[in-house]
Design a protein around this ligand. Structure first.
Ligand code: MN
Length: 244
Protein backbone atom coordinates (compact mmCIF):
# COMPACT_ATOMS: atom_id res chain seq x y z
CA UNK A 1 0.00 0.00 0.00
CA UNK A 2 1.60 3.28 -1.08
CA UNK A 3 2.40 5.65 1.75
CA UNK A 4 1.26 3.22 4.44
CA UNK A 5 3.25 3.57 7.62
CA UNK A 6 4.37 0.67 9.72
CA UNK A 7 3.51 0.71 13.42
CA UNK A 8 6.40 0.85 15.89
CA UNK A 9 4.61 -2.00 17.63
CA UNK A 10 2.79 -2.53 20.89
CA UNK A 11 4.01 -1.16 24.21
CA UNK A 12 4.08 -3.08 27.47
CA UNK A 13 0.99 -3.44 29.58
CA UNK A 14 2.57 -1.33 32.31
CA UNK A 15 3.52 1.47 29.89
CA UNK A 16 -0.03 1.53 28.54
CA UNK A 17 -1.51 1.49 32.02
CA UNK A 18 0.64 4.44 33.11
CA UNK A 19 -0.33 6.45 30.02
CA UNK A 20 -4.04 5.86 30.64
CA UNK A 21 -3.64 6.42 34.41
CA UNK A 22 -2.15 9.87 33.86
CA UNK A 23 -5.35 11.15 32.19
CA UNK A 24 -7.52 9.76 34.98
CA UNK A 25 -5.25 11.12 37.73
CA UNK A 26 -5.15 14.58 36.20
CA UNK A 27 -8.94 14.57 35.81
CA UNK A 28 -9.29 13.59 39.46
CA UNK A 29 -7.06 16.51 40.47
CA UNK A 30 -9.07 19.01 38.44
CA UNK A 31 -6.09 19.66 36.17
CA UNK A 32 -7.90 18.19 33.15
CA UNK A 33 -11.65 18.33 32.62
CA UNK A 34 -13.34 17.54 29.32
CA UNK A 35 -10.29 18.97 27.54
CA UNK A 36 -6.54 18.49 27.63
CA UNK A 37 -4.40 15.47 26.80
CA UNK A 38 -1.42 13.32 27.77
CA UNK A 39 1.05 11.64 25.43
CA UNK A 40 4.19 9.54 25.65
CA UNK A 41 6.95 9.12 23.12
CA UNK A 42 6.84 5.57 21.75
CA UNK A 43 9.33 3.53 23.83
CA UNK A 44 10.44 1.57 20.72
CA UNK A 45 10.65 4.46 18.22
CA UNK A 46 11.56 8.07 19.12
CA UNK A 47 9.86 9.24 15.93
CA UNK A 48 6.44 8.14 17.14
CA UNK A 49 4.18 9.13 19.99
CA UNK A 50 1.01 7.77 21.59
CA UNK A 51 -2.03 9.92 22.38
CA UNK A 52 -5.69 9.14 22.89
CA UNK A 53 -8.28 9.79 20.23
CA UNK A 54 -10.46 12.89 20.58
CA UNK A 55 -12.04 12.10 23.94
CA UNK A 56 -12.44 13.56 27.44
CA UNK A 57 -9.41 12.40 29.46
CA UNK A 58 -11.49 10.76 32.17
CA UNK A 59 -12.99 8.37 29.61
CA UNK A 60 -9.68 7.19 28.11
CA UNK A 61 -8.94 3.46 27.95
CA UNK A 62 -6.08 1.56 26.29
CA UNK A 63 -8.37 0.97 23.29
CA UNK A 64 -8.43 4.73 22.62
CA UNK A 65 -4.67 5.18 22.23
CA UNK A 66 -3.51 6.15 18.73
CA UNK A 67 0.04 6.08 17.33
CA UNK A 68 1.25 9.26 15.58
CA UNK A 69 4.38 10.24 13.71
CA UNK A 70 6.13 13.46 14.74
CA UNK A 71 4.19 15.42 12.10
CA UNK A 72 1.15 14.36 14.16
CA UNK A 73 -0.28 12.20 11.39
CA UNK A 74 -1.78 8.90 12.57
CA UNK A 75 0.26 5.86 11.55
CA UNK A 76 -2.98 4.00 10.78
CA UNK A 77 -4.87 5.86 8.05
CA UNK A 78 -8.11 4.54 9.53
CA UNK A 79 -7.39 5.84 13.03
CA UNK A 80 -10.28 7.55 14.83
CA UNK A 81 -10.44 11.33 14.88
CA UNK A 82 -7.58 12.93 16.81
CA UNK A 83 -7.27 16.10 18.87
CA UNK A 84 -7.07 19.37 16.93
CA UNK A 85 -4.18 20.36 19.18
CA UNK A 86 -2.05 17.21 18.76
CA UNK A 87 0.69 19.36 17.14
CA UNK A 88 1.61 20.45 20.67
CA UNK A 89 2.92 16.92 21.20
CA UNK A 90 4.55 16.23 17.83
CA UNK A 91 6.40 19.54 17.62
CA UNK A 92 7.74 19.30 21.18
CA UNK A 93 8.95 15.71 20.60
CA UNK A 94 10.76 17.00 17.50
CA UNK A 95 12.58 19.75 19.35
CA UNK A 96 13.20 18.03 22.70
CA UNK A 97 14.88 14.61 22.43
CA UNK A 98 15.02 14.49 26.25
CA UNK A 99 11.22 14.66 26.54
CA UNK A 100 9.23 11.41 26.67
CA UNK A 101 5.90 12.75 27.89
CA UNK A 102 3.89 15.87 27.08
CA UNK A 103 0.75 17.08 28.86
CA UNK A 104 -1.48 19.91 27.70
CA UNK A 105 -3.96 21.34 30.22
CA UNK A 106 -6.34 24.21 30.85
CA UNK A 107 -5.41 23.95 34.54
CA UNK A 108 -7.61 26.75 35.93
CA UNK A 109 -5.29 28.44 38.45
CA UNK A 110 -2.42 28.77 35.97
CA UNK A 111 -4.43 30.92 33.56
CA UNK A 112 -3.98 34.23 35.47
CA UNK A 113 -0.20 33.90 35.11
CA UNK A 114 -0.48 33.67 31.34
CA UNK A 115 -2.43 36.90 31.01
CA UNK A 116 -0.67 39.18 33.52
CA UNK A 117 2.90 40.32 34.07
CA UNK A 118 3.04 38.31 37.30
CA UNK A 119 5.69 35.60 36.96
CA UNK A 120 4.92 32.14 38.24
CA UNK A 121 7.70 31.17 40.62
CA UNK A 122 8.32 28.20 42.92
CA UNK A 123 6.51 28.95 46.16
CA UNK A 124 7.43 25.71 47.91
CA UNK A 125 9.61 22.65 47.70
CA UNK A 126 7.06 20.62 45.74
CA UNK A 127 7.40 22.82 42.68
CA UNK A 128 11.14 23.41 42.53
CA UNK A 129 11.05 22.52 38.81
CA UNK A 130 9.47 25.94 38.20
CA UNK A 131 12.75 27.54 39.29
CA UNK A 132 14.12 26.79 35.82
CA UNK A 133 11.86 29.53 34.47
CA UNK A 134 8.30 29.80 33.21
CA UNK A 135 8.00 31.12 29.64
CA UNK A 136 4.68 32.35 28.26
CA UNK A 137 3.57 31.50 24.72
CA UNK A 138 1.32 34.16 23.21
CA UNK A 139 -0.17 32.79 20.00
CA UNK A 140 -1.17 36.24 18.72
CA UNK A 141 2.25 37.71 19.29
CA UNK A 142 4.14 34.72 17.87
CA UNK A 143 1.94 34.19 14.83
CA UNK A 144 0.84 37.77 14.16
CA UNK A 145 -2.66 36.39 13.60
CA UNK A 146 -6.06 36.44 15.25
CA UNK A 147 -6.92 32.81 15.99
CA UNK A 148 -9.23 30.67 18.13
CA UNK A 149 -6.15 30.20 20.39
CA UNK A 150 -5.92 26.48 19.59
CA UNK A 151 -2.67 24.86 18.48
CA UNK A 152 -4.47 23.54 15.41
CA UNK A 153 -1.59 24.01 12.95
CA UNK A 154 1.95 22.61 13.04
CA UNK A 155 3.39 26.15 12.96
CA UNK A 156 1.72 27.02 16.28
CA UNK A 157 3.16 23.86 17.82
CA UNK A 158 6.58 24.80 16.48
CA UNK A 159 6.32 28.27 18.02
CA UNK A 160 5.16 26.84 21.33
CA UNK A 161 8.08 24.38 21.36
CA UNK A 162 10.49 27.25 20.65
CA UNK A 163 9.08 29.34 23.51
CA UNK A 164 9.18 26.31 25.84
CA UNK A 165 12.88 25.92 25.02
CA UNK A 166 14.58 23.64 27.55
CA UNK A 167 12.05 24.33 30.34
CA UNK A 168 9.69 21.83 32.02
CA UNK A 169 6.57 23.98 31.59
CA UNK A 170 5.27 26.85 29.47
CA UNK A 171 2.13 28.89 29.98
CA UNK A 172 -0.13 29.55 27.02
CA UNK A 173 -1.73 32.99 27.11
CA UNK A 174 -5.51 32.87 27.47
CA UNK A 175 -5.44 29.08 27.26
CA UNK A 176 -3.52 26.92 29.75
CA UNK A 177 -0.12 25.30 29.76
CA UNK A 178 2.10 22.54 28.49
CA UNK A 179 4.17 20.36 30.81
CA UNK A 180 6.99 18.03 29.75
CA UNK A 181 9.24 15.49 31.42
CA UNK A 182 11.45 12.48 30.86
CA UNK A 183 8.50 10.17 31.64
CA UNK A 184 4.75 10.26 32.15
CA UNK A 185 4.95 9.96 35.94
CA UNK A 186 7.10 13.05 36.37
CA UNK A 187 5.07 14.95 33.75
CA UNK A 188 1.88 14.12 35.68
CA UNK A 189 3.51 15.19 38.94
CA UNK A 190 4.57 18.51 37.40
CA UNK A 191 1.11 19.18 35.97
CA UNK A 192 -0.47 18.59 39.40
CA UNK A 193 2.06 20.73 41.26
CA UNK A 194 1.98 23.52 38.69
CA UNK A 195 -1.72 23.88 39.47
CA UNK A 196 -1.01 23.76 43.23
CA UNK A 197 1.80 26.29 42.97
CA UNK A 198 -0.45 28.65 41.00
CA UNK A 199 -3.16 28.39 43.66
CA UNK A 200 -0.73 28.94 46.53
CA UNK A 201 1.01 31.82 44.82
CA UNK A 202 -2.32 33.56 44.26
CA UNK A 203 -3.15 33.00 47.94
CA UNK A 204 0.21 34.39 49.02
CA UNK A 205 -0.39 37.47 46.87
CA UNK A 206 -3.73 37.98 48.63
CA UNK A 207 -2.07 37.53 52.02
CA UNK A 208 0.24 40.40 51.08
CA UNK A 209 3.71 40.63 49.61
CA UNK A 210 6.54 40.64 49.16
CA UNK A 211 6.60 36.86 48.69
CA UNK A 212 9.70 34.87 49.61
CA UNK A 213 10.01 32.36 46.77
CA UNK A 214 12.51 29.50 46.69
CA UNK A 215 15.95 30.69 45.58
CA UNK A 216 17.40 29.25 42.35
CA UNK A 217 19.58 26.91 44.40
CA UNK A 218 16.71 25.77 46.65
CA UNK A 219 14.55 25.15 43.60
CA UNK A 220 17.29 23.04 42.02
CA UNK A 221 17.91 21.03 45.20
CA UNK A 222 14.22 20.40 45.94
CA UNK A 223 13.54 19.31 42.37
CA UNK A 224 16.20 16.61 42.64
CA UNK A 225 14.96 15.39 46.04
CA UNK A 226 11.22 15.35 45.35
CA UNK A 227 11.27 14.00 41.81
CA UNK A 228 13.59 11.24 43.02
CA UNK A 229 10.63 9.98 45.05
CA UNK A 230 8.13 10.01 42.23
CA UNK A 231 6.91 6.52 43.11
CA UNK A 232 5.28 7.87 46.28
CA UNK A 233 2.71 10.21 44.71
CA UNK A 234 2.41 7.99 41.63
CA UNK A 235 1.54 4.83 43.61
CA UNK A 236 -0.97 6.77 45.71
CA UNK A 237 -2.63 8.47 42.74
CA UNK A 238 -2.78 5.26 40.74
CA UNK A 239 -4.42 3.44 43.66
CA UNK A 240 -7.18 6.05 43.73
CA UNK A 241 -8.32 5.68 40.12
CA UNK A 242 -10.10 2.91 38.28
CA UNK A 243 -8.58 1.96 34.93
CA UNK A 244 -11.14 0.43 32.60
MN1 MN B 1 -6.15 23.48 24.68
Amino acid sequence: MAGAKKSAGPISREQMEDLVASSLILAQHGVLDAFGHVSIRHPADPKRYLLSRNLAPELVTSADIVEYDLDSEPVDANAPRGFLERYIHGEIYKSRPDVHSVIHTHSPSVVPFGVTKTLMQPIYHMSGFLGRGVPVYDIRKESGRQTDILIREPIFGEQLARVLGDKPMALMRGHGNVVVAQDVKVATYRAVYTEMNARLQLQAMMAGGPIEFLSKEEAFLTEATIEGQIHRPWDLWKAKIKIK
